[in-house]
Design a protein around this ligand. Structure first.
Ligand code: ZN
Length: 185
């Protein structure tokens, strides 16, 4: 396994539309290695998800995983590891929910983004088997954030109120809910 270098805001790979993978590609040793590296990279940097373009691979693959005590997003429940190939999002409830988001490709910042509150995600799992799951709240936001990466879209593009983009420290000082710890990123 290896920790991969994460592409940062401004790198063109983050703005490309990633390509779909074939079922044959999904089961290759190279793809398994990429998945393992992405999971390790996500853990290393304390992320709750990572999309392949963030590690310079322009393919439709994302991983999502978080614990209940994730220091960046405390109190948002937990999600066991999900590996999603060729994922598509369908909005089930367009009512907007807002979260302060962060991104390993935009280090040191948080921004407030409103997104549809309930979605259905269809994808192929690691064996190439079609799966569907529904998500609401924080998990719905994580899905949409990660899958946006596959279309070259970053959360900063979706901040409606630009006054709600802040460095972590200023987020903690001026924007964080009362009583919330402000972790270092
Ligand atoms: Zn991101």
């Amino acid at each position: 396994m290896a920790i991969r270098k994460v592409a940062r805001l401004g790198h063109p790979v983050l703005r490309e539309k990633a390509r779909e993978l074939t079922r044959e590609e999904i089961s290759t040793p190279e793809m398994r290695r990429l998945v393992r590296d992405m999971v390790e990279t996500m853990h290393e940097y304390g992320g709750v998800g990572l999309a392949a373009p963030q590690v310079h691979e322009s393919v439709r693959l994302a991983v999502i995983q978080f614990e209940a005590d994730n220091e960046r997003y405390e109190g948002e429940g937990k999600q066991p590891l999900l590996v999603l190939f060729n994922a598509r999002v369908k909005v089930l409830d367009a009512t907007l929910s807002g979260f302060w988001e962060g991104c390993l490709s935009v280090p040191g910042l948080r921004g407030y983004v409103e997104r549809p509150s309930k979605v259905e995600v269809s994808y192929l799992d690691e064996r190439g088997k079609p799966k569907t799951m529904q998500a609401e709240g924080f998990l719905a936001t994580v899905f949409q954030h990660e899958l946006d990466h596959l279309d070259g879209v970053l959360y900063v593009d979706k901040i409606a109120d630009k006054a709600k983009l802040a460095f972590i420290e200023e987020y903690g000082r001026y924007h964080a809910p009362e009583g919330e710890d402000t972790p270092p990123e």
